[in-house]
Unconditional design. Sequence first.
Length: 256
Amino acid sequence: MAQDNPSVIEAVPDRRVIRVSGADARSFLQGMVTNDLARLAEGAVYTAFLSPQGKFLADFFVIAEGDALLLDVAEALAPGLLKRLTMFKLRADVSLEMTDMPVARGLGTPPEGAVADPRHADLGWRLYGTEGGPEVTDWDGLRVALMIPETGSELLPDDSYILEMGFERLNGVDFKKGCYVGQEVTARMKHKTELRKGLARVEIEGEAAPGTEITANGKPAGVLGTQSGGQALAYLRFDRAKGEMTAGSAKVTWTP
């Protein structure tokens, strides 16, 4: 599935890089996102921007570029993220710029300038400012195997909650950093409730489109996500996801 070849630098499709600069860049962003930017001393930081109601709006990587910060975000979410950050800027000494910087990735020994993917050690590295070549790694298969959600497939703006999507496991949230937009709801989910829904890996026989409803005994039990090699990601209601389920004409089974 994965190609452990340090010479293969693959382009990451549909990504944009926003540059955040100015004297207040770090303190400004620190108050907006779910993770602690003090972790930039260790490398790239994976984080999210939430609504005041605690719902997912965008996930992205933050990379230090001298005194500036680079935000590596899905192209579809980039304009909305830039607009929201601009709204919060007020009098802060911050400049926000949508760039055309290319994003690449790969596995194996990283080239000079690459940063490790902070979500999981097996996801390799990311490289900025270098054009990558064609995809040779089965990234969807790798995501399914490692239970890594992706925007548009599992992570749904204005709908998903990051703890249900595994952000704690993916090093995407910090519970000691202090306030950020949506922090109160996220902290309450962490400390006062047991998650009844969430991301899971399932076995699947047959095919069904991502977004297909999963049912169990005729009742809604979840939604199907990315599929690869007889396995898939799914957002499940845990109390109903028992036995054999269906997603369209496909058979789905969850083994916790």
